[in-house]
Design a protein around this ligand. Structure first.
Ligand code: FES
Ligand code: FES
Length: 193
């Protein structure tokens, strides 16, 4: 295959070489990252609602930054590293990330459709700022809409998660996992299909 028709992505720690072309198995030049993640890679934890950059539901990490995957072309992401909500779980145990567990413990979701995007925006925030104020959390999540109005519970969960992640970072041995390509999907706190 011609190198020029391929792109490379690392998704949840696993490398992928994708052909760009017109076949159904290919990535079309007009495909969004959200489409590729969901329909080519089967990573349906990433949700699409507005499909126009307005709701935040499709948020993933691109090289560590929170981005709207409905508003990025997959071909623009060539050479990048993507983390989706499936990549939050512990790669060895499959256990929930402390962030996910805090959302469960605080019942910080109802239908769960917005939850993967909120989790990924929060992950980006806490990676950069391990001890955010409530105002900083609100600002970081301002682009993540929730139709079920779970915002107050989300704020509690994020503050709790930040504490858990700081504690985990202080413990000896492996720290909080970044990603896993083999981790099982979870319905709770990763969103439903
Ligand atoms: S689905 Fe991407 S911002 Fe709404
Ligand atoms: S929990 Fe339903 S949209 Fe947020």
């Amino acid at each position: 295959m011609d190198e020029a028709t391929q792109i490379r992505l690392t998704v949840n720690g696993r490398g992928h070489t994708l052909a760009v072309g017109p076949r159904s198995a290919d990535v079309a030049p007009s495909d969004t990252l959200a489409h590729t993640l969901r329909h080519v890679m089967g990573l349906t934890g990433t949700k699409v609602s507005c499909d126009r950059g307005a709701c935040g539901m499709c948020t993933v990490l691109l090289d560590g930054r929170a981005v709207l995957s409905c508003s990025l072309l997959t071909v623009e992401c060539d050479g990048s590293s993507v983390t989706t909500v499936e990549g939050l779980a512990d790669p060895e145990t499959g256990g929930l990330h402390p962030l996910q567990q805090a959302f469960v413990d605080h019942t910080a979701f109802q239908c769960g459709f917005c939850t993967p995007g909120i989790l990924m925006s929060t992950k980006a925030l806490l990676d950069e700022n391990p001890e955010p104020t409530v105002g900083e959390v609100q600002e970081a999540l301002a682009g993540n809409h929730c139709r079920c109005i779970t915002h107050y519970h989300v704020l509690e969960a994020v503050q709790d998660a930040a504490g858990r992640m700081r504690e985990a970072a202080l413990e000896p041995g492996p720290t909080v996992s970044e990603s896993s390509s083999n981790a099982p999907e979870r319905d709770v706190a990763t969103g439903t299909r």
